[in-house]
Unconditional design. Structure first.
Length: 604
Protein backbone atom coordinates (compact mmCIF):
# COMPACT_ATOMS: atom_id res chain seq x y z
CA UNK A 1 0.00 0.00 0.00
CA UNK A 2 1.43 3.38 -1.01
CA UNK A 3 1.82 6.11 1.57
CA UNK A 4 -0.87 8.26 -0.07
CA UNK A 5 -3.35 5.39 -0.11
CA UNK A 6 -2.54 4.59 3.52
CA UNK A 7 -3.02 8.25 4.48
CA UNK A 8 -6.33 8.32 2.64
CA UNK A 9 -7.55 5.21 4.49
CA UNK A 10 -6.55 6.72 7.84
CA UNK A 11 -8.31 9.97 6.94
CA UNK A 12 -11.52 8.12 6.02
CA UNK A 13 -11.37 6.13 9.24
CA UNK A 14 -10.95 9.29 11.33
CA UNK A 15 -13.81 10.94 9.47
CA UNK A 16 -16.05 7.92 10.01
CA UNK A 17 -15.26 7.87 13.74
CA UNK A 18 -15.99 11.59 13.98
CA UNK A 19 -19.31 11.25 12.16
CA UNK A 20 -20.29 8.22 14.21
CA UNK A 21 -19.59 10.17 17.40
CA UNK A 22 -21.71 13.02 16.15
CA UNK A 23 -24.50 10.65 15.18
CA UNK A 24 -24.31 9.04 18.61
CA UNK A 25 -24.85 12.38 20.35
CA UNK A 26 -27.69 13.25 18.01
CA UNK A 27 -29.33 9.92 18.80
CA UNK A 28 -28.81 10.52 22.51
CA UNK A 29 -30.53 13.88 22.23
CA UNK A 30 -33.36 12.33 20.24
CA UNK A 31 -33.86 9.73 22.98
CA UNK A 32 -34.22 12.57 25.49
CA UNK A 33 -36.85 14.20 23.31
CA UNK A 34 -38.69 10.89 23.00
CA UNK A 35 -38.66 10.51 26.79
CA UNK A 36 -40.10 13.99 27.14
CA UNK A 37 -42.80 13.24 24.58
CA UNK A 38 -43.79 10.08 26.47
CA UNK A 39 -44.00 12.10 29.67
CA UNK A 40 -46.31 14.62 28.03
CA UNK A 41 -48.57 11.90 26.66
CA UNK A 42 -49.08 10.16 30.01
CA UNK A 43 -51.30 11.86 32.63
CA UNK A 44 -50.06 9.37 35.23
CA UNK A 45 -46.40 10.16 34.51
CA UNK A 46 -47.01 13.91 34.45
CA UNK A 47 -48.50 13.74 37.93
CA UNK A 48 -45.15 12.68 39.47
CA UNK A 49 -42.59 15.38 40.13
CA UNK A 50 -39.61 13.02 39.96
CA UNK A 51 -40.39 12.27 36.30
CA UNK A 52 -40.16 15.94 35.42
CA UNK A 53 -36.98 16.38 37.47
CA UNK A 54 -35.35 13.43 35.68
CA UNK A 55 -36.05 14.89 32.23
CA UNK A 56 -34.88 18.36 33.25
CA UNK A 57 -31.69 16.94 34.75
CA UNK A 58 -30.90 14.89 31.63
CA UNK A 59 -31.31 17.86 29.28
CA UNK A 60 -29.14 20.02 31.54
CA UNK A 61 -26.50 17.28 31.82
CA UNK A 62 -26.33 16.96 28.04
CA UNK A 63 -25.67 20.70 27.65
CA UNK A 64 -22.98 20.60 30.34
CA UNK A 65 -21.18 17.52 29.02
CA UNK A 66 -21.22 18.59 25.37
CA UNK A 67 -21.28 22.41 25.41
CA UNK A 68 -19.82 22.64 21.91
CA UNK A 69 -22.22 20.20 20.27
CA UNK A 70 -24.95 21.57 18.00
CA UNK A 71 -27.62 20.14 20.33
CA UNK A 72 -26.27 21.88 23.45
CA UNK A 73 -28.38 25.05 22.97
CA UNK A 74 -31.52 23.00 22.20
CA UNK A 75 -30.84 20.90 25.29
CA UNK A 76 -30.83 24.02 27.47
CA UNK A 77 -33.96 25.19 25.73
CA UNK A 78 -35.71 21.89 26.44
CA UNK A 79 -34.60 22.01 30.07
CA UNK A 80 -36.38 25.35 30.27
CA UNK A 81 -39.46 24.02 28.48
CA UNK A 82 -39.62 21.00 30.78
CA UNK A 83 -39.30 23.29 33.82
CA UNK A 84 -42.20 25.32 32.44
CA UNK A 85 -44.18 22.12 32.05
CA UNK A 86 -43.48 21.18 35.65
CA UNK A 87 -44.64 24.63 36.79
CA UNK A 88 -47.99 24.15 35.05
CA UNK A 89 -48.63 21.16 37.30
CA UNK A 90 -46.85 22.17 40.50
CA UNK A 91 -47.69 25.92 40.49
CA UNK A 92 -44.46 26.40 42.47
CA UNK A 93 -42.95 29.77 41.61
CA UNK A 94 -39.44 28.34 41.92
CA UNK A 95 -40.11 25.93 39.05
CA UNK A 96 -40.98 28.87 36.80
CA UNK A 97 -37.97 30.80 38.06
CA UNK A 98 -35.72 27.85 37.20
CA UNK A 99 -37.19 27.73 33.69
CA UNK A 100 -36.31 31.40 33.27
CA UNK A 101 -32.77 30.73 34.43
CA UNK A 102 -32.31 28.02 31.79
CA UNK A 103 -33.56 30.40 29.11
CA UNK A 104 -31.24 33.16 30.35
CA UNK A 105 -28.29 30.76 30.31
CA UNK A 106 -29.01 29.78 26.73
CA UNK A 107 -29.01 33.40 25.56
CA UNK A 108 -25.88 34.22 27.55
CA UNK A 109 -23.92 31.16 26.41
CA UNK A 110 -25.15 30.93 22.81
CA UNK A 111 -26.20 34.47 21.98
CA UNK A 112 -25.99 33.93 18.21
CA UNK A 113 -28.03 30.72 18.14
CA UNK A 114 -31.45 30.97 16.50
CA UNK A 115 -33.11 29.95 19.78
CA UNK A 116 -31.42 32.72 21.79
CA UNK A 117 -34.08 35.36 21.19
CA UNK A 118 -36.86 32.78 21.71
CA UNK A 119 -35.32 31.87 25.06
CA UNK A 120 -34.99 35.52 26.08
CA UNK A 121 -38.64 36.22 25.29
CA UNK A 122 -39.73 33.15 27.26
CA UNK A 123 -37.64 34.29 30.23
CA UNK A 124 -39.20 37.74 29.94
CA UNK A 125 -42.71 36.29 29.89
CA UNK A 126 -41.96 34.29 33.03
CA UNK A 127 -40.79 37.43 34.82
CA UNK A 128 -43.82 39.36 33.58
CA UNK A 129 -46.59 36.81 34.07
CA UNK A 130 -45.41 34.54 36.90
CA UNK A 131 -42.77 36.34 38.98
CA UNK A 132 -44.52 39.72 38.78
CA UNK A 133 -41.12 41.25 37.99
CA UNK A 134 -41.88 44.06 35.55
CA UNK A 135 -38.30 45.35 35.53
CA UNK A 136 -36.88 41.90 34.79
CA UNK A 137 -39.32 41.47 31.92
CA UNK A 138 -38.56 44.90 30.45
CA UNK A 139 -34.80 44.29 30.67
CA UNK A 140 -35.13 41.07 28.68
CA UNK A 141 -37.50 42.48 26.06
CA UNK A 142 -35.12 45.43 25.62
CA UNK A 143 -32.24 42.98 25.18
CA UNK A 144 -34.15 41.31 22.36
CA UNK A 145 -34.66 44.70 20.72
CA UNK A 146 -31.02 45.71 21.12
CA UNK A 147 -29.19 42.45 20.46
CA UNK A 148 -31.52 40.33 18.31
CA UNK A 149 -32.93 42.83 15.87
CA UNK A 150 -32.75 40.33 13.01
CA UNK A 151 -34.41 37.53 14.95
CA UNK A 152 -38.02 36.45 14.64
CA UNK A 153 -38.94 37.69 18.16
CA UNK A 154 -38.31 41.38 17.60
CA UNK A 155 -41.95 42.20 16.76
CA UNK A 156 -43.29 40.39 19.82
CA UNK A 157 -40.70 42.01 22.09
CA UNK A 158 -41.60 45.48 20.87
CA UNK A 159 -45.32 44.82 21.32
CA UNK A 160 -44.76 43.53 24.88
CA UNK A 161 -42.64 46.58 25.71
CA UNK A 162 -45.44 48.85 24.54
CA UNK A 163 -47.84 46.90 26.74
CA UNK A 164 -45.52 47.44 29.69
CA UNK A 165 -45.47 51.19 29.11
CA UNK A 166 -42.09 51.45 27.37
CA UNK A 167 -42.88 53.85 24.56
CA UNK A 168 -39.32 54.43 23.31
CA UNK A 169 -37.76 51.16 22.18
CA UNK A 170 -34.10 51.37 21.11
CA UNK A 171 -33.27 50.26 17.59
CA UNK A 172 -31.34 47.01 17.18
CA UNK A 173 -27.58 47.28 17.21
CA UNK A 174 -27.29 45.44 13.91
CA UNK A 175 -25.95 47.63 11.19
CA UNK A 176 -25.40 50.76 13.30
CA UNK A 177 -22.87 53.04 11.62
CA UNK A 178 -19.35 52.89 12.96
CA UNK A 179 -17.21 55.98 13.39
CA UNK A 180 -14.97 56.89 10.51
CA UNK A 181 -11.48 55.42 10.72
CA UNK A 182 -8.53 54.58 8.56
CA UNK A 183 -7.45 51.08 7.59
CA UNK A 184 -4.54 51.40 10.03
CA UNK A 185 -7.01 52.11 12.84
CA UNK A 186 -8.99 49.11 11.69
CA UNK A 187 -6.09 46.67 11.94
CA UNK A 188 -4.77 48.10 15.21
CA UNK A 189 -8.17 47.89 16.85
CA UNK A 190 -8.53 51.61 17.51
CA UNK A 191 -12.23 51.76 16.63
CA UNK A 192 -15.43 50.51 18.15
CA UNK A 193 -19.03 49.97 17.14
CA UNK A 194 -20.87 47.11 15.44
CA UNK A 195 -20.48 46.66 11.71
CA UNK A 196 -22.02 44.21 9.26
CA UNK A 197 -20.28 41.68 7.02
CA UNK A 198 -22.25 42.21 3.83
CA UNK A 199 -20.54 39.80 1.45
CA UNK A 200 -17.62 37.38 1.10
CA UNK A 201 -15.97 37.31 -2.32
CA UNK A 202 -13.44 34.73 -3.48
CA UNK A 203 -10.66 35.05 -6.06
CA UNK A 204 -8.27 32.29 -7.13
CA UNK A 205 -5.01 33.57 -8.66
CA UNK A 206 -3.05 30.36 -9.23
CA UNK A 207 -0.32 30.70 -6.61
CA UNK A 208 -2.58 32.19 -3.96
CA UNK A 209 -6.24 32.50 -2.96
CA UNK A 210 -7.96 35.63 -1.72
CA UNK A 211 -11.17 36.07 0.25
CA UNK A 212 -12.50 39.61 0.53
CA UNK A 213 -14.89 40.38 3.41
CA UNK A 214 -16.96 43.43 2.49
CA UNK A 215 -17.84 45.23 5.74
CA UNK A 216 -20.04 48.23 6.39
CA UNK A 217 -17.35 50.06 8.39
CA UNK A 218 -14.07 49.69 10.24
CA UNK A 219 -13.86 46.66 12.51
CA UNK A 220 -11.39 45.28 15.02
CA UNK A 221 -9.99 41.93 13.95
CA UNK A 222 -7.50 39.31 15.05
CA UNK A 223 -6.47 36.07 13.39
CA UNK A 224 -4.52 32.87 13.79
CA UNK A 225 -3.63 29.71 11.92
CA UNK A 226 -4.21 26.33 13.51
CA UNK A 227 -2.39 23.12 12.61
CA UNK A 228 -4.35 19.96 11.77
CA UNK A 229 -6.09 18.34 14.72
CA UNK A 230 -4.86 14.90 13.61
CA UNK A 231 -2.27 13.63 11.19
CA UNK A 232 -3.64 13.81 7.69
CA UNK A 233 -6.17 16.46 8.68
CA UNK A 234 -6.49 19.95 7.29
CA UNK A 235 -5.09 23.18 8.77
CA UNK A 236 -7.43 26.05 9.52
CA UNK A 237 -7.24 29.79 9.53
CA UNK A 238 -9.66 32.02 11.36
CA UNK A 239 -10.35 35.74 11.56
CA UNK A 240 -12.28 37.08 14.56
CA UNK A 241 -14.07 40.41 14.15
CA UNK A 242 -15.00 42.18 17.34
CA UNK A 243 -18.47 43.72 17.38
CA UNK A 244 -19.29 42.51 13.86
CA UNK A 245 -22.43 40.74 12.72
CA UNK A 246 -23.03 38.66 9.64
CA UNK A 247 -25.61 39.76 7.09
CA UNK A 248 -28.60 37.40 7.13
CA UNK A 249 -28.09 36.89 3.40
CA UNK A 250 -24.72 35.19 3.92
CA UNK A 251 -24.65 31.39 4.16
CA UNK A 252 -23.32 29.80 7.36
CA UNK A 253 -20.85 27.83 5.21
CA UNK A 254 -19.84 27.68 1.57
CA UNK A 255 -17.52 25.42 -0.41
CA UNK A 256 -14.63 27.14 -2.22
CA UNK A 257 -12.59 24.11 -3.34
CA UNK A 258 -9.66 25.82 -5.04
CA UNK A 259 -5.97 24.96 -4.71
CA UNK A 260 -5.70 26.18 -1.11
CA UNK A 261 -9.14 26.68 0.45
CA UNK A 262 -11.78 23.98 0.92
CA UNK A 263 -14.56 26.19 2.27
CA UNK A 264 -15.34 29.03 4.64
CA UNK A 265 -17.63 28.98 7.66
CA UNK A 266 -19.20 31.87 9.56
CA UNK A 267 -19.84 31.51 13.26
CA UNK A 268 -20.36 33.41 16.48
CA UNK A 269 -18.16 31.76 19.14
CA UNK A 270 -19.00 34.31 21.80
CA UNK A 271 -20.96 37.47 22.36
CA UNK A 272 -20.13 40.44 20.12
CA UNK A 273 -17.74 38.45 17.96
CA UNK A 274 -18.12 36.96 14.50
CA UNK A 275 -15.62 34.40 13.25
CA UNK A 276 -14.79 33.49 9.66
CA UNK A 277 -13.03 30.13 9.48
CA UNK A 278 -11.18 28.91 6.40
CA UNK A 279 -10.77 25.15 6.14
CA UNK A 280 -7.55 24.88 4.14
CA UNK A 281 -6.13 22.18 1.91
CA UNK A 282 -2.54 23.35 2.24
CA UNK A 283 -0.64 26.58 2.68
CA UNK A 284 2.80 27.97 3.40
CA UNK A 285 2.08 31.63 3.93
CA UNK A 286 -0.91 33.87 4.64
CA UNK A 287 -1.72 37.41 5.59
CA UNK A 288 -4.77 39.40 6.68
CA UNK A 289 -5.07 43.11 6.05
CA UNK A 290 -7.64 45.89 5.87
CA UNK A 291 -8.56 48.30 3.10
CA UNK A 292 -10.89 51.27 3.08
CA UNK A 293 -12.88 53.20 0.47
CA UNK A 294 -14.83 50.89 0.68
CA UNK A 295 -14.07 49.04 3.89
CA UNK A 296 -13.06 45.40 3.61
CA UNK A 297 -10.90 42.79 5.29
CA UNK A 298 -8.75 40.72 2.93
CA UNK A 299 -7.44 37.21 3.63
CA UNK A 300 -4.75 35.81 1.35
CA UNK A 301 -3.43 32.23 1.47
CA UNK A 302 -0.37 31.14 -0.55
CA UNK A 303 1.57 27.97 -1.31
CA UNK A 304 5.01 29.61 -1.09
CA UNK A 305 6.83 31.88 1.34
CA UNK A 306 7.26 35.65 0.81
CA UNK A 307 5.39 35.74 -2.48
CA UNK A 308 3.46 38.92 -1.86
CA UNK A 309 5.56 41.33 -3.93
CA UNK A 310 4.91 39.19 -7.01
CA UNK A 311 1.17 39.91 -7.02
CA UNK A 312 -0.08 41.33 -10.30
CA UNK A 313 -0.90 45.02 -10.21
CA UNK A 314 -4.29 44.63 -11.85
CA UNK A 315 -5.76 41.92 -9.64
CA UNK A 316 -9.09 42.75 -7.96
CA UNK A 317 -8.73 44.16 -4.42
CA UNK A 318 -5.00 44.19 -4.96
CA UNK A 319 -2.57 44.08 -2.01
CA UNK A 320 -1.22 47.14 -0.18
CA UNK A 321 1.19 49.22 -2.20
CA UNK A 322 -1.03 48.89 -5.26
CA UNK A 323 -4.18 50.51 -3.90
CA UNK A 324 -4.55 53.19 -1.24
CA UNK A 325 -3.49 52.76 2.38
CA UNK A 326 -3.83 49.50 4.21
CA UNK A 327 -2.67 47.92 7.41
CA UNK A 328 -1.17 44.47 6.97
CA UNK A 329 -0.95 41.71 9.52
CA UNK A 330 1.12 38.82 8.24
CA UNK A 331 2.03 35.33 9.39
CA UNK A 332 4.42 32.86 7.82
CA UNK A 333 4.67 29.15 8.51
CA UNK A 334 8.35 28.17 8.18
CA UNK A 335 9.22 24.82 6.68
CA UNK A 336 8.59 22.02 9.14
CA UNK A 337 7.26 24.34 11.80
CA UNK A 338 4.06 23.69 13.67
CA UNK A 339 3.57 27.22 14.99
CA UNK A 340 3.14 30.54 13.29
CA UNK A 341 5.49 33.47 13.58
CA UNK A 342 3.39 36.43 14.64
CA UNK A 343 3.80 39.93 13.28
CA UNK A 344 1.53 42.94 13.87
CA UNK A 345 -1.92 42.31 15.34
CA UNK A 346 -1.89 38.57 15.90
CA UNK A 347 -3.89 37.31 18.90
CA UNK A 348 -2.40 35.49 21.83
CA UNK A 349 -3.07 31.81 22.25
CA UNK A 350 -6.22 31.84 24.34
CA UNK A 351 -9.40 29.93 25.04
CA UNK A 352 -10.77 30.86 21.60
CA UNK A 353 -7.95 28.98 19.89
CA UNK A 354 -8.45 26.08 22.27
CA UNK A 355 -12.15 26.00 21.48
CA UNK A 356 -11.65 25.81 17.75
CA UNK A 357 -9.07 23.02 18.12
CA UNK A 358 -11.47 20.79 20.03
CA UNK A 359 -12.61 17.81 18.01
CA UNK A 360 -16.06 18.24 16.57
CA UNK A 361 -16.51 21.89 17.50
CA UNK A 362 -18.70 23.86 15.13
CA UNK A 363 -19.20 27.60 15.44
CA UNK A 364 -22.54 28.69 16.76
CA UNK A 365 -24.60 28.76 13.56
CA UNK A 366 -25.72 31.97 11.96
CA UNK A 367 -29.33 31.75 10.86
CA UNK A 368 -29.48 32.92 7.25
CA UNK A 369 -32.41 34.73 5.74
CA UNK A 370 -32.31 32.70 2.55
CA UNK A 371 -34.30 34.04 -0.04
CA UNK A 372 -36.74 34.92 -2.44
CA UNK A 373 -34.55 37.90 -3.13
CA UNK A 374 -32.41 35.73 -5.36
CA UNK A 375 -35.42 35.05 -7.58
CA UNK A 376 -37.04 37.44 -9.98
CA UNK A 377 -39.88 38.38 -7.65
CA UNK A 378 -42.68 36.09 -6.56
CA UNK A 379 -43.41 33.41 -9.14
CA UNK A 380 -45.98 31.19 -7.46
CA UNK A 381 -48.19 31.54 -4.37
CA UNK A 382 -50.40 28.90 -2.77
CA UNK A 383 -53.54 30.20 -1.04
CA UNK A 384 -55.21 27.81 1.38
CA UNK A 385 -58.84 28.08 2.45
CA UNK A 386 -59.02 26.48 5.88
CA UNK A 387 -61.19 23.49 6.77
CA UNK A 388 -63.78 22.31 4.20
CA UNK A 389 -66.04 19.34 3.51
CA UNK A 390 -66.73 17.32 6.64
CA UNK A 391 -64.75 19.87 8.68
CA UNK A 392 -66.84 23.08 8.97
CA UNK A 393 -64.33 24.83 11.21
CA UNK A 394 -65.78 27.28 13.72
CA UNK A 395 -69.48 28.19 13.54
CA UNK A 396 -70.71 31.66 14.46
CA UNK A 397 -73.70 32.47 16.68
CA UNK A 398 -75.74 33.17 13.54
CA UNK A 399 -74.82 29.84 11.96
CA UNK A 400 -72.11 31.10 9.57
CA UNK A 401 -69.51 28.39 8.96
CA UNK A 402 -65.81 29.18 8.84
CA UNK A 403 -65.18 26.89 5.86
CA UNK A 404 -67.57 28.92 3.67
CA UNK A 405 -66.38 32.46 4.39
CA UNK A 406 -62.68 31.60 4.16
CA UNK A 407 -63.23 29.91 0.78
CA UNK A 408 -64.86 33.06 -0.53
CA UNK A 409 -62.00 35.22 0.72
CA UNK A 410 -59.38 32.77 -0.62
CA UNK A 411 -60.89 32.91 -4.11
CA UNK A 412 -60.98 36.71 -4.07
CA UNK A 413 -57.40 36.79 -2.80
CA UNK A 414 -56.18 34.47 -5.54
CA UNK A 415 -57.66 36.69 -8.23
CA UNK A 416 -56.17 39.88 -6.77
CA UNK A 417 -52.72 38.34 -6.33
CA UNK A 418 -52.71 37.17 -9.96
CA UNK A 419 -53.79 40.60 -11.17
CA UNK A 420 -51.54 42.78 -9.01
CA UNK A 421 -48.38 40.65 -8.74
CA UNK A 422 -48.56 39.00 -12.16
CA UNK A 423 -47.73 35.63 -10.63
CA UNK A 424 -49.27 32.17 -10.61
CA UNK A 425 -51.68 31.50 -7.72
CA UNK A 426 -52.95 28.03 -6.78
CA UNK A 427 -55.82 27.32 -4.38
CA UNK A 428 -55.54 24.22 -2.20
CA UNK A 429 -59.32 23.90 -2.60
CA UNK A 430 -61.77 25.82 -4.81
CA UNK A 431 -64.91 24.09 -3.54
CA UNK A 432 -66.35 22.56 -0.38
CA UNK A 433 -64.06 19.53 -0.01
CA UNK A 434 -62.01 18.15 2.86
CA UNK A 435 -58.22 18.16 2.48
CA UNK A 436 -55.94 16.80 5.27
CA UNK A 437 -53.74 19.49 6.78
CA UNK A 438 -50.43 17.88 5.83
CA UNK A 439 -51.46 17.66 2.17
CA UNK A 440 -51.88 21.43 1.94
CA UNK A 441 -48.24 22.34 2.54
CA UNK A 442 -47.17 19.20 0.67
CA UNK A 443 -48.93 20.64 -2.39
CA UNK A 444 -47.08 23.93 -1.98
CA UNK A 445 -43.77 22.06 -1.68
CA UNK A 446 -44.43 19.99 -4.79
CA UNK A 447 -45.24 23.15 -6.75
CA UNK A 448 -42.10 24.88 -5.45
CA UNK A 449 -44.25 27.80 -4.28
CA UNK A 450 -42.67 31.00 -3.03
CA UNK A 451 -45.34 31.70 -0.39
CA UNK A 452 -48.05 29.77 1.46
CA UNK A 453 -50.99 31.76 2.91
CA UNK A 454 -53.70 29.95 4.89
CA UNK A 455 -56.99 31.79 5.54
CA UNK A 456 -59.01 31.09 8.70
CA UNK A 457 -61.55 32.68 11.03
CA UNK A 458 -60.89 32.61 14.76
CA UNK A 459 -63.27 31.62 17.58
CA UNK A 460 -63.39 31.93 21.32
CA UNK A 461 -65.72 31.09 24.20
CA UNK A 462 -65.54 34.81 25.02
CA UNK A 463 -67.98 36.36 22.55
CA UNK A 464 -66.47 39.79 23.19
CA UNK A 465 -63.14 38.90 21.52
CA UNK A 466 -62.81 40.30 18.00
CA UNK A 467 -60.25 41.49 15.49
CA UNK A 468 -57.51 40.21 13.19
CA UNK A 469 -54.29 38.37 13.94
CA UNK A 470 -51.63 36.66 11.84
CA UNK A 471 -49.59 33.61 12.84
CA UNK A 472 -46.40 31.96 11.69
CA UNK A 473 -44.93 28.60 12.66
CA UNK A 474 -42.97 28.50 15.90
CA UNK A 475 -43.31 27.34 19.47
CA UNK A 476 -46.49 28.63 21.07
CA UNK A 477 -45.63 31.39 23.49
CA UNK A 478 -48.74 31.35 25.64
CA UNK A 479 -51.93 29.47 26.34
CA UNK A 480 -53.92 31.73 23.99
CA UNK A 481 -51.72 30.89 20.99
CA UNK A 482 -51.72 27.22 21.94
CA UNK A 483 -55.52 27.26 22.14
CA UNK A 484 -55.80 28.70 18.63
CA UNK A 485 -53.36 26.10 17.34
CA UNK A 486 -55.26 23.30 19.08
CA UNK A 487 -58.54 24.38 17.50
CA UNK A 488 -57.10 24.75 14.01
CA UNK A 489 -55.20 21.48 14.34
CA UNK A 490 -58.21 19.59 15.64
CA UNK A 491 -56.21 18.54 18.70
CA UNK A 492 -56.20 19.13 22.45
CA UNK A 493 -53.88 21.52 24.25
CA UNK A 494 -51.94 18.54 25.62
CA UNK A 495 -51.35 17.26 22.10
CA UNK A 496 -50.03 20.66 21.07
CA UNK A 497 -47.20 20.01 23.54
CA UNK A 498 -46.27 16.86 21.64
CA UNK A 499 -46.36 18.73 18.36
CA UNK A 500 -43.92 21.28 19.72
CA UNK A 501 -41.37 18.51 20.18
CA UNK A 502 -41.76 17.52 16.55
CA UNK A 503 -41.45 21.15 15.57
CA UNK A 504 -38.21 21.45 17.49
CA UNK A 505 -36.29 19.22 15.07
CA UNK A 506 -37.74 21.07 12.09
CA UNK A 507 -36.95 24.56 13.31
CA UNK A 508 -33.57 24.70 11.58
CA UNK A 509 -35.26 24.07 8.23
CA UNK A 510 -38.26 26.35 8.68
CA UNK A 511 -38.09 29.81 7.10
CA UNK A 512 -38.96 31.41 10.40
CA UNK A 513 -37.34 34.79 9.76
CA UNK A 514 -39.03 35.20 6.41
CA UNK A 515 -42.36 33.93 7.76
CA UNK A 516 -42.14 36.42 10.62
CA UNK A 517 -41.48 39.24 8.17
CA UNK A 518 -44.34 38.15 5.91
CA UNK A 519 -46.73 37.91 8.89
CA UNK A 520 -45.75 41.40 10.04
CA UNK A 521 -46.26 42.96 6.58
CA UNK A 522 -49.61 41.20 6.02
CA UNK A 523 -50.97 42.07 9.46
CA UNK A 524 -50.08 45.74 9.00
CA UNK A 525 -51.57 45.72 5.50
CA UNK A 526 -54.87 44.26 6.68
CA UNK A 527 -55.24 46.66 9.60
CA UNK A 528 -54.48 49.70 7.43
CA UNK A 529 -56.94 48.52 4.77
CA UNK A 530 -59.76 47.84 7.25
CA UNK A 531 -59.21 51.09 9.15
CA UNK A 532 -60.01 52.95 5.95
CA UNK A 533 -63.40 51.20 5.88
CA UNK A 534 -64.39 50.92 9.57
CA UNK A 535 -64.09 53.16 12.59
CA UNK A 536 -63.06 50.39 14.98
CA UNK A 537 -60.76 47.53 14.02
CA UNK A 538 -58.98 45.45 16.66
CA UNK A 539 -55.32 44.76 15.81
CA UNK A 540 -54.34 41.58 17.68
CA UNK A 541 -50.87 41.60 16.15
CA UNK A 542 -48.48 38.92 14.92
CA UNK A 543 -48.29 35.71 16.90
CA UNK A 544 -46.69 32.30 16.61
CA UNK A 545 -47.84 28.79 17.25
CA UNK A 546 -47.45 25.11 16.29
CA UNK A 547 -49.95 24.84 13.41
CA UNK A 548 -50.21 21.55 11.53
CA UNK A 549 -51.14 23.34 8.31
CA UNK A 550 -47.82 25.26 8.33
CA UNK A 551 -45.69 22.31 9.39
CA UNK A 552 -43.20 21.17 6.78
CA UNK A 553 -43.55 24.12 4.41
CA UNK A 554 -40.35 24.84 2.47
CA UNK A 555 -41.34 28.45 1.87
CA UNK A 556 -42.39 31.42 4.04
CA UNK A 557 -45.84 30.53 5.34
CA UNK A 558 -48.47 32.25 7.48
CA UNK A 559 -51.95 31.64 8.85
CA UNK A 560 -54.30 34.65 8.85
CA UNK A 561 -57.23 34.73 11.27
CA UNK A 562 -59.34 37.31 9.42
CA UNK A 563 -61.92 37.81 12.21
CA UNK A 564 -63.54 36.16 15.25
CA UNK A 565 -66.52 34.33 13.82
CA UNK A 566 -67.70 33.77 17.40
CA UNK A 567 -68.21 37.53 17.76
CA UNK A 568 -71.60 38.67 16.36
CA UNK A 569 -70.21 41.86 14.83
CA UNK A 570 -67.25 40.06 13.23
CA UNK A 571 -69.56 37.31 11.99
CA UNK A 572 -71.71 39.88 10.20
CA UNK A 573 -68.68 41.61 8.72
CA UNK A 574 -67.29 38.33 7.41
CA UNK A 575 -70.32 38.00 5.13
CA UNK A 576 -70.04 41.52 3.67
CA UNK A 577 -68.27 42.39 0.42
CA UNK A 578 -66.85 45.48 2.08
CA UNK A 579 -65.02 43.51 4.76
CA UNK A 580 -63.91 40.70 2.44
CA UNK A 581 -62.42 43.16 -0.05
CA UNK A 582 -60.71 45.01 2.80
CA UNK A 583 -59.07 41.80 3.97
CA UNK A 584 -57.97 40.87 0.44
CA UNK A 585 -56.52 44.30 -0.33
CA UNK A 586 -54.64 44.27 2.98
CA UNK A 587 -53.09 40.86 2.34
CA UNK A 588 -52.07 41.83 -1.20
CA UNK A 589 -50.51 45.06 0.10
CA UNK A 590 -48.60 43.09 2.75
CA UNK A 591 -47.29 40.58 0.21
CA UNK A 592 -46.10 43.41 -2.04
CA UNK A 593 -44.28 45.08 0.87
CA UNK A 594 -42.72 41.77 1.84
CA UNK A 595 -41.44 41.21 -1.70
CA UNK A 596 -40.10 44.77 -1.91
CA UNK A 597 -38.32 44.44 1.43
CA UNK A 598 -36.50 41.30 0.36
CA UNK A 599 -35.58 42.88 -2.94
CA UNK A 600 -34.04 45.87 -1.15
CA UNK A 601 -32.09 43.57 1.16
CA UNK A 602 -30.70 41.69 -1.83
CA UNK A 603 -29.40 44.93 -3.39
CA UNK A 604 -27.57 46.21 -0.33
Amino acid sequence: MTFHRFAFVIFCWCLAVSLAWGDDLNRRFQFLQNDYARLLRSPQERARRDNWERIISLFEKFSQEFPDHEKAPPALFMAGRASQGLYRYSKYTEDARRAGQYFDRLEESYSCHNLADDALVMAAEIHEEVLDDKKGAIDRYLKVARSHGQGDQIHLARKRLEGLGVSSVPPPSVGEPAPAATATDLAQGEVSGPVRIDAIRHFSHGDFSRLVLDVSGPVKFSHNALPPVARGGAPRLYVDMKGAVSSPRLPAAKDIDDAFVQRFRIGCPEKDKTRVVLDLKTYRDYRVYALDHPFRVVIEVAGTNQFWDKAAANLPDQPPGKEGKAAVSKKTLPTGAGKTTVQASAPKKDEVSSLIEKKGVQPCPVVPLPGLAAKNGLRRIVVDAGHGGKDPGAIGPGGVQEKDVVLTVAKLLAERLKKDLKCEVILTRDKDVFIPLKERTALANRLDADLFISIHANASLKRSLHGVETYYLNFSKNESAASVAARENGTTLAEVGDLELILFDLMAHAKINESSLLADKVQKGIILSLQQRYRTIQDNGVRQGPFHVLLGANMPSILVEIAFISNPQDEARLQSDKYQKGIVEGIVSGVKNFDNTLSRMAKR
